[in-house]
Ligand binder design. Structure first.
Ligand SMILES: Cc1cc2nc3c(=O)[nH]c(=O)nc-3n(C[C@H](O)[C@H](O)[C@H](O)COP(=O)(O)OP(=O)(O)OC[C@H]3O[C@@H](n4cnc5c(N)ncnc54)[C@H](O)[C@@H]3O)c2cc1C
Length: 267
């Protein structure tokens, strides 16, 4: 693999270096298997298989806190960045399967009650529950304040989500979705995040662009009793930090791969 002297930078300690070395070895050994899997299966099946494998081999323990089946007391963003870079270098879908487990469950790790954490995070870490993160809507992407999905408390004490999300990675294969919505009860600028299981009444998903697309569209018109948290703004600094840093390292992984492959193409 290409230059890794950056691991000597003061941002990283011995744990990071050991992690990077071990994951590189693992990824290099597994990459041919991933290639075969991706060649023979649909993207959703390959993606779910990769997530389960990362759970069985312990790597997903890095995406949840230690008290709920993880390795680090709190999420260690540097470790996640390294993981994304290394996996993306070998295979984009492997990186995606790993990252989505962290992204879909990240709001639970950061803001969920202990009961909610206990219900989902250990299964995420073992690769037994596939996670999804549902923020984007047909008319709300970068501008999350344009979101129109609403979360309202029902008379029965449950929650009613009403709206449509789009571009949801793992849509259709996820066991649960962390869904962001406006929360009118809390005021004009209040947002909520709810955990919606794939079998929640009223939940539906569609596959508008064919079975091999990763990004999916789904409607949420149902109840959820699992309110995760009420946020003053859906773009919490913690989430933005995690998300941005992960994306950045993935890009570096892909760029490193391009650089490493270049001599082969120029020959
Ligand atoms: C493969 C894939 C997977 C995805 N998975 C998920 C997922 O799992 N969950 C989820 O919630 N979403 C997901 N998304 C959606 C993704 O997060 C959105 O596409 C993203 O938020 C951008 O929103 P948009 O597509 O509506 O573009 P827009 O918000 O319309 O932006 C279009 C362009 O304008 C730029 N722009 C926007 N606002 C400004 C501004 N104020 N100033 C300057 N430039 C600006 C943007 O950078 C972009 O280049 C996925 C998208 C893709 C392509």
């Amino acid at each position: 693999m290409s230059d890794s002297t950056f691991l000597d930078w003061p941002f990283f300690d011995e744990r990071h270096r050991t992690f990077a070395r071990d994951l590189r070895r693992y990824a290099a050994a597994e990459a041919p298997l991933w290639e075969r899997l991706i060649a023979h299966e649909t993207v959703p099946v390959a993606s779910a298989t990769l997530a389960r494998r990362f759970g069985q081999t312990g790597w997903l323990a890095h995406v949840v806190p230690a008290a709920f089946g993880g390795v680090h007391e709190t999420l260690d963003v540097r470790t996640l960045c390294l993981a994304r870079e290394i996996l993306a270098y070998h295979d984009g879908l492997a990186d995606f399967a790993f990252a989505m487990q962290g992204l879909g469950s990240g709001p639970i790790s950061l803001f969920g009650s202990d009961a909610l954490k206990a219900a989902y995070l250990p299964r995420v870490a073992r690769g037994e529950a596939i996670a999804a993160f549902a923020l984007s809507e047909p008319n709300a992407g970068s501008d999350v304040t344009a979101m129109t999905t609403t979360a309202r408390r029902g008379a029965d004490g449950g929650w009613r989500l009403d709206g449509e999300k789009t571009w949801i990675s793992n849509g259709g294969i996820a066991d649960f979705y962390t869904v962001f919505a406006r929360y009118p009860e809390g005021g004009e600028r209040a947002f909520a995040a709810l955990v919606v299981t794939a079998d929640a009444p009223g939940f539906a998903h569609q596959f508008p662009h064919g079975a091999r697309r990763i990004a999916r569209r789904f409607d949420v018109r149902g109840h959820s009793k699992d309110i995760l948290t009420r946020l003053a703004s859906s773009g919490s600094p913690e989430r933005r930090k995690l998300n941005t840093a992960q994306d950045l390292r993935k890009l570096i992984g892909l760029c490193r791969r391009l650089c490493a492959d270049r001599p082969a193409y120029s020959e």
